[in-house]
Design a protein around this ligand. Structure first.
Ligand SMILES: NC(=O)C1=CN([C@@H]2O[C@H](COP(=O)(O)OP(=O)(O)OC[C@H]3O[C@@H](n4cnc5c(N)ncnc54)[C@H](O)[C@@H]3O)[C@@H](O)[C@H]2O)C=CC1
Ligand SMILES: C[N+](C)(C)CC(=O)CC(=O)[O-]
Length: 326
């Protein structure tokens, strides 16, 4: 029997790069004891720098009672990291065979009845749980960068995942301050990445063909639809494009243009020229700002949007987070 969601105190994060480190920062800020493990020799230093960089934003939002960076332990082996885990979040590189073997190792090292989630951004759990002795407790918990600020987690099981594990994880993420979409089927790319990848594919086509610059593409979203999407999704936004007639008029009016040859559908070849054009375009768009400066700018921007759209309660604690309503 799994531990009650609100009694979880110890979370283990395996893989401590951009996303694993972001999860560490999130769980620390929500008042958990966090154990991290990453095989890279420079991982501890990188992880502590990431948590240090995230902490001002998390402090601004309001830390849960007792939250402290000192509650992070960095384990030296995977077995040590998992021995006392009450929840495990895997964020290792996006390589299918690596995930398969790692999830089997995590399954062997983690106490029974503890749920193990993968941060994968696209692999279905059915394809990753093949080597594990106890696949029932393995599921996808797909976060968004940075996990310590973007609320959404997409939860999906594989065909050997127990429904009760999916339900447990969904509720646990909510208790830990996340917004959860629990998927009842395994869609490739889940929901949000499927949408993001469609946009991304078209952006790459436009750069590859010299049709738009990186800056024009970014400005077209931040000065346009992105402003609406922070609080109203693309469907309801487009319903308003139909005026008083709503979505019905919108579809009758603009529906035929769905067949216009606006989109390319097939991904472009990611050759060296396109890679170089994207890298150069992003450097130009950054205008001399370092990655650390851009991270701080992004974090402040997300906080401002969360506040402006009423998603941070007055007491500074995230909705549903540990300590909320105390
Ligand atoms: N970067 C992003 O925006 C997002 C990434 N994800 C997913 O998160 C996962 C991690 O991606 P990133 O953090 O971006 O990658 P990353 O490259 O920043 O970090 C991966 C970390 O895993 C470590 N690692 C290597 N082999 C390992 C092993 N066998 N066991 C444990 N750790 C190992 C590496 O040393 C590195 O620190 C991937 O599954 C990715 O699809 C999900 C959402 C967003
Ligand atoms: C780039 N990415 C596909 C790994 C991004 C994600 O999976 C989610 C996000 O943070 O946008």
């Amino acid at each position: 029997m799994e531990i009650p969601h609100d009694e979880v105190r110890r979370v283990t994060c395996v893989g401590a790069g951009v996303i694993g480190g972001g999860w560490v920062a999130h769980f620390l800020a929500r008042g958990y004891d966090v154990t991290a493990w990453d095989p890279a020799p420079d991982a501890p230093g990188k992880l502590r720098r990431l948590v240090d960089a995230a902490w001002p934003a998390l402090t601004q939002l309001g830390l849960a009672e007792g939250a402290a960076k000192e509650r992070l332990t960095i384990a030296t082996t995977l077995e040590e990291a998992c021995a006392e885990a009450q929840f495990v979040q895997e964020s290792a590189p996006e390589k299918l065979e690596l995930k398969r073997q790692l999830l089997a190792q995590l399954d062997a090292a983690t106490p029974k009845d503890v749920v193990i989630a993968s941060s994968t951004s696209g692999y279905p759990m059915t394809d990753m749980q093949t080597e594990a002795a106890d696949p029932e407790r393995l599921l996808v918990g797909h976060p968004f960068n940075p996990p310590y600020l973007i609320p959404l987690v997409e939860v999906a099981g594989g065909n050997r995942t127990a429904q009760r594990a999916v339900e447990w994880a969904s509720r646990f993420y909510e208790v830990a301050g996340k917004s959860v979409i629990t998927m009842n089927q395994e869609l490739p790319g889940f929901i949000a990445n499927r949408l993001q990848e469609a946009l991304w594919r078209e952006a790459l086509h436009m750069v590859a063909n010299g049709e738009a610059t990186v800056k024009e593409i970014d400005d077209s979203i931040t000065e346009g639809p992105g402003l609406r999407w922070a609080f109203m999704g693309p469907c309801l936004t487009f319903a308003l494009a139909g005026g008083e007639g709503g979505m019905a008029h919108m579809l009758d009016h603009f529906g035929p243009s769905l067949k216009s040859p606006w989109t390319r559908l097939e991904a472009p070849e990611l050759d060296a020229a396109l890679r170089d054009a994207m890298v150069a375009g992003c450097e130009e768009a950054a205008g001399g700002r370092s990655i650390a400066e851009l991270v701080a700018e992004r974090d402040q921007g997300v906080i401002d949007v969360l506040r402006a759209t009423g998603r941070v309660p007055g007491n500074g604690r995230l909705p549903g987070g540990k300590g909320a309503g105390e």
